[in-house]
Structure formats: structure tokens, C-alpha cells
Design a protein around this ligand. Structure first.
Ligand SMILES: [Zn+2]
Length: 392
């Protein structure tokens, strides 16, 4: 799965309406002492920038996470209090918004930026950093500390659970090799694995449940979506961990293809971006078409062939028949690869990624446009649907 900037925008829940008169509070709640909060966040920033422990457990955990992943923190700056998040916290705790800039050394070409929620506690006349996260802001994995990090040439895999990190490393290494061989250049990649699906939502600053059904996503780190903003692969361990070895490899190579082809910035239609990622991931598969295209085959037997190439909305994580849509997109790329080979398919990808309309590039490279491609693809799907299969 691929996440492009337009879909990264977190939708703020609008809370409106009137309420009945509130009972008189026994005492006014404490308020955040902003000067002290600015100082506490500045001290956090100084500790992170210098990788220096302070004796505050939450700060030291974050420093440990930054050290483990090889994160250079460039700046941490207090922005404001977030009263809506503060209202959900125990008395005496406050949510501050801090602007953080960081990069993973040796991998990220530029810094990621995000407004991060820093949890503060006022006690004993002092203000302490006690945690991070909340308010639908990105919660970087390394801030929570205690990371298992495995480095191999070109690949770093980081996660809170060492066993899933260890299981992911060979998949990521193989993915980088497979994708590099097709694209003809080396691939470097950071894979981040939060401990749960909800942790993935929090890390990406997404609404709860947004990534519950997806195995992995390739997207920007932090909040920016600029041309040099780092892009990493983020894994949902609760889905990914349940996949077969071949299924997990397919997902990893698919995501690595997105990363290595800069799909987040590509202007190509989604059927080409997603279909190409599966084309690379399934290039050497020995699985039969009844497995790799089983869902679209069943759909065609039931409803006939799709009338048009899949629209962008069909790839939404919440769309129905998502598996069939991905298989269908993959078959478009297989039809094209069978027609003119690997290099021409990659050229179609690159030229459309740069903004050329797909119809024109198809004509230039293949001698036919989307209509003829649709016809050939429908024939391919009919052939797959007619293969001997098990079940209904
Ligand atoms: Zn994808």
C-alpha cells in the first residue's frame, strides 16, 4: 500500500453543540506554566540533540531510541499547549505541542519534521517531560525508546519487538536485492515496526483504526510531504506477523518497490503504481495464477470482467474487494510486460511518474492506448477466471 500526501492529512474531529450547565468545580484546575514548559521542552531538545541522558525516564528513553536508530535530532521547539489533549490527562499533566526535526543517519537525505505531543507534569514546583503522543500527531517510534535495531548494508529495521524485527530483516534484505536488480540501482531503506496496529496509527498521526487492515505502508516520515522529506516503510505487525513467509516477502518487496521508485511523488495512475509494485514482487513467483490472481478470478466468474481500469478510489484501504483490485492492477502490468518486456514497462512507469499522461506514453511505447489495454487486460482476466480452480 502506498500513502500519498493528500491522504496523509489527518481529519480533525469537529466537536460542537451545547451542553447542560456544568456543576461548580471544587477548585479551578491548575494551568500550564508556559515559561517552565518552554524550558522543559528546550531541555528535552538539548538532550536529544546531544544524545545526553538527564535522569528523567521519558527523556532518557527517547535518547536511547534516538541512539539506537542512529537518529540525529536537529531541533525541538515548543509551539503551544494543546488544551484538548490536556483535558484528557490526569490533573497536573499537560500536553504541549513541540516542533521536532530529525533524520536517520546514513539513510535520510533531509530532515523529517513533525509537530509532536510532549506530555508534561508539574510537580514539586518543577515541570517534567513524562511521555509523548496524543492529539492525532505523529509519534515517532524512536521517541518511545527501547528499540531493537538491526543494520545490514542498505537496510535498517527498527521495532519495539525484537522477534518481529529479526523475522523482518531477511525479508527486507531480499526485497532490496530483488528491487535493485529490476531497477538497476542499489536501494537503501528504513523499515519501522511499531508494536501494534494502534501504534502504527499513532506513529503516523492517523485516526485510530486507519491502518488496522493493512500489512505495511510506504509513506513520509513525520508531517511534511516535500520533495526531499524522508520516506520509510512502516509495518503493521498484527497483519504482517500473520502472513505466510511468501506473503510477507511479497508485501516487503511491494513496499520496497514503492520506496525505490519514489511512488509517493509519482503522478502515475494508482493502477500502475500498485500493479508495478506487485509486478516486481511477483516476478519470480512459482505460485499458480489461481493463487496470485484468485480473488479477481472469482470476482470475474461472479460479475464478469471490470469495464474499466481500476480508479484511484478502488485502492482506498477501506474499499471493498481490495485484494481483487490489487490483483487486477498487477495483471495490467503483466499484460504490458508480456507485450514489450521489463525495460519498456519501467519506462512507462518513469515517464508517467514524471507527469506525462498515461495514454500518450502508452501510444508512444506500445502503439495502443488505454482502450486497447483495457481489452487485452479483460481477455487476460477472462482466461484467469476460466482456469480450473477450487471452491466456488
Ligand atoms: Zn502499494
Amino acid at each position: 500500500m502506498l500513502l500519498r500526501p493528500a491522504t496523509l492529512v489527518a481529519v480533525a474531529a469537529a466537536v460542537a453543540g451545547c451542553s447542560s450547565p456544568a456543576p461548580v468545580a471544587p477548585s479551578a484546575p491548575p494551568t500550564l506554566r508556559e515559561g517552565a514548559a518552554v524550558m522543559a521542552v528546550a531541555e528535552l531538545g538539548s538532550a536529544l540533540v546531544q544524545h545526553r541522558t538527564t535522569g528523567e525516564p521519558a527523556v532518557d528513553d527517547a535518547v536511547a531510541g534516538a541512539r539506537a536508530l542512529g537518529v540525529t535530532v536537529e531541533a525541538v521547539r515548543f509551539v503551544d499547549e494543546d488544551p484538548a489533549v490536556t483535558a484528557t490527562l490526569p490533573r497536573g499533566r499537560f500536553a504541549a505541542v513541540a516542533d521536532v526535526a530529525w533524520r536517520v543517519d546514513g539513510f535520510d537525505r533531509a530532515s523529517a519534521h513533525a509537530e509532536v505531543t510532549v506530555l508534561l507534569e508539574q510537580r514539586d514546583g518543577a515541570t517534567h517531560v513524562v511521555g509523548f503522543g496524543g492529539g492525532s500527531r505523529p509519534d515517532p517510534l524512536w521517541l518511545s525508546g527501547h528499540l531493537a535495531v538491526r543494520r545490514t548494508p542498505g537496510v535498517v529495521v527498527a521495532g519495539a519487538d525484537a522477534s518481529i524485527v529479526d523475522r523482518t530483516v531477511p525479508l527486507a534484505r531480499r526485497a532490496v536485492a530483488e528491487v535493485g536488480a529490476v531497477l538497476g540501482h542499489p536501494v537503501r531503506m528504513v523499515v519501522e515496526i511499531p508494536v501494534t496496529s494502534a501504534g502504527l496509527d499513532r506513529e503516523l498521526g492517523a485516526d485510530e483504526g486507519r491502518y488496522a487492515a493493512i500489512a505495511a505502508v510506504t509513506t513520509y516520515v513525520g508531517k511534511d510531504a516535500g520533495p526531499r522529506t524522508p520516506v520509510h516503510v512502516f509495518v503493521n505487525p498484527q497483519v504482517f506477523g500473520g502472513l505466510s513467509p511468501s506473503g510477507a516477502q511479497l508485501v516487503m518487496t511491494h513496499e520496497t518497490t514503492h520506496l525505490a521508485t519514489d511512488a509517493v511523488h509519482a503522478k502515475s495512475p494508482l493502477w500502475l503504481l500498485e500493479g508495478y509494485a506487485d509486478h516486481v514482487a511477483l516476478r519470480d513467483t512459482t505460485l499458480p495464477l489461481t493463487r496470485t490472481a484468485g480473488q479477481i478470478g472469482a470476482q470475474v466468474r461472479k460479475e464478469g470482467v471490470p469495464k474499466e481500469l481500476p480508479a484511484a478510489t478502488a485502492f482506498d484501504a477501506h474499499a471493498s474487494h481490495l485484494g481483487a483490485v490489487y490483483e487486477a492492477a498487477w495483471r495490467i502490468c503483466e499484460v504490458l510486460a508480456a507485450e514489450r518486456g521489463e525495460a519498456t514497462l519501467l519506462e512507462l512507469y518513469r515517464r508517467t511518474a514524471a507527469g506525462e499522461p498515461v495514454g500518450g506514453v502508452l501510444h508512444a511505447l506500445y502503439g495502443f492506448g488505454e482502450e486497447e489495454l483495457t481489452r487485452r487486460w479483460q481477455d487476460d482476466l477472462r482466461r484467469i477466471a476460466a482456469l480450473p480452480h477450487r471452491g466456488r
